[in-house]
Write a protein that binds this ligand. Structure first.
Ligand SMILES: [Zn+2]
Length: 277
């Protein structure tokens, strides 16, 4: 089990979880390379809401979707608001948020579906993407877990929603925790420390790290722990352990951009779709 980058064509890459079955689903994490957006969104920015030229974003979405044999106009995307609402997507939602941010699924940070050929896509720049595959029931899910989503346990709630809607067995479900800011770089203040202590009282030592007079949080571990507590097996959870801030030449990182004096940056995306039977 591992996370790896697979080359699609020259300097165009797909981040992949080796545990996810390619014959059943299509999935990928994008990088920031080989898109058309200009600075500070250079170059494969996939988010419409960050102030980039919409035509460039749509072109990037087309490049990314086509590289996976998907159609950009089919993408379903939510307005991510750092809450814990989960939305079950079906055929009638096809294309919501694909071309226009206004018709994206509102106030939602996780999508689940068992409908084939519906690409679910969420955007990230340091927040933690958590992807789910239920092979037995042919269902998928994807969640956006920044520190707020992590302490609200949106990943565990997404798994539970899949159990309610599709009969997903947590002990058989697969998950991937994709590239995002790591404990190496995620320096946090008192509000985040307190929220993590409250949400994970039994795991404070693992999640809050003091180093050189500063305090860092481990959101990878916090999401891993909540999935195990929700009944998943650790061997079914693939943690990429790739830090977007350390690797900001590969991935968009809000923290790295801020440290470089930029007010904005682009977004990578995580996408997942069940193949047509
Ligand atoms: Zn780092």
């Amino acid at each position: 089990m591992s996370y790896f980058l697979r080359q699609y064509r020259q300097n165009f890459w797909h981040g992949k979880f080796s545990s996810f079955p390619d014959d059943l689903i299509i999935h990928a994490i994008s990088t920031r390379l080989s898109g058309v957006s200009k600075k500070p969104f250079d170059s494969l920015n996939l988010a419409l809401h960050v102030g980039d030229n919409a035509e460039d974003v749509l072109q990037n979405r087309k490049l990314f979707a086509n590289s996976l044999d998907l159609k950009a106009e089919d993408i379903i995307s939510p307005n991510q608001v750092h809450e814990d609402k989960i939305f079950r997507v079906d055929e009638s939602d096809r294309g919501r948020g694909a071309m226009n941010y206004d018709d994206a699924i509102k106030y939602t940070d996780a999508l689940i579906t068992n409908a084939p050929n519906l690409p679910l896509m969420l955007c990230f720049a340091d927040c933690v993407p958590v992807l789910f595959v239920d092979v037995d029931n042919k269902a998928v899910g994807i969640a956006h877990a920044g520190w707020k989503g992590t302490v609200k346990k949106i990943a565990a709630k997404t798994l539970m929603a899949m159990t309610d809607e599709f009969g997903t067995d947590p002990t058989k479900c697969l998950a991937g925790i994709a590239p995002s800011i790591g404990p190496c770089c995620y320096e946090v203040g008192e509000n985040v420390i307190e929220a993590i202590k409250k949400a994970f009282p039994n795991h404070i030592d693992k999640l809050i790290i003091n180093r050189d007079g500063k305090t860092y949080a481990d959101l990878w571990q916090a999401n891993l722990i909540q999935l195990i507590e929700a009944g998943m097996l650790e061997e079914n959870i693939d943690v990429a352990r790739e830090c977007t801030c350390c690797k900001s030449s590969w991935y968009f990182s809000y923290r790295a951009a801020h440290q470089a004096g930029l007010n904005e940056t682009g977004r990578i995306a995580a996408i997942i779709s069940i193949r047509d039977a």
